[in-house]
Design a protein around this ligand. Structure first.
Ligand SMILES: O=P(O)(O)OC[C@H]1O[C@H](OP(=O)(O)OP(=O)(O)O)[C@H](O)[C@@H]1O
Ligand SMILES: Nc1ncnc2[nH]cnc12
Length: 188
């Protein structure tokens, strides 16, 4: 079986939060496919290693991948966390996503900690999934506002029908994007 299809086959799509929800828990339960997924990401990022200094990962499911990549690539890792979850926050961005967020307006807020990104730093951003792109866009915003740049946004799964990539490209045309698994792997 094609390697990407093998990884995708471990991720069930189930009704949850009012959407067709891609349950990454299925991948975590399959060590062979999880290792394969990490190897594919390491293969992608290894040639870029001299061009970035850190990996930023998103609360919460980005945390499953960012630190492992940091370990394999010997890179600093930092967290982009939902509001109120960590000390030394220097900036926060509020955004919408595919389903309702946690604040009283149905939005979410993402914060960055002091020292995560210094002026001139180039970073990789990683998350499990991009739907509307609201989360990834907030991440890029935080990096830029801290004086850094995003060498590449990386996600395991991209829901192309929701046009997240276009949303990011519109706001940040200089930011490349990589997706390991596209929706069609689940239908073909
Ligand atoms: O492209 P978007 O429409 O912004 O949606 C994508 C985001 O939604 C999910 O996280 P969520 O905020 O639900 O947090 P969780 O990982 O804690 O479940 C997912 O892990 C992405 O971060
Ligand atoms: N359809 C989806 N499945 C899993 N996580 C998501 N985050 C936003 N949309 C999602």
């Amino acid at each position: 079986m094609d390697q990407k299809k093998q990884v995708a086959a471990c991720i069930p799509i189930v009704p949850f939060k009012g959407v067709a929800f891609y349950d990454i828990g299925g991948l975590l339960a399959n060590p062979t496919e999880f290792a394969l997924c990490m190897d594919l990401l390491v293969e992608l990022l290894t040639p870029l290693c001299d061009k970035f200094s850190a990996i930023g990962c998103f609360d919460a499911r980005g945390f499953l991948f960012g630190p492992l990549l940091g370990y394999r690539l010997n890179k600093k890792v930092f967290m982009l966390r939902k509001e109120g979850k960590m000390p030394r926050v220097i900036d926060t961005v509020t955004y919408g996503k595919e389903y309702t967020g946690d604040n009283k307006h149905g939005l979410d807020s993402l914060s960055i900690q002091e020292g995560s990104v210094n002026a001139g730093d180039s970073v990789i951003l990683i998350d499990d999934l991009m739907a509307t792109g609201g989360t990834m866009n907030a991440g890029v915003e935080l990096i830029k506002r801290a004086g850094g740049s995003v060498l590449m946004c990386v996600c395991l799964i991209e829901l192309g029908a929701l046009n997240g990539r276009q949303a990011i490209t519109m706001n940040h045309p200089d930011t490349p994007f990589f997706t390991l698994l596209s929706e069609d792997l689940w239908t073909k």
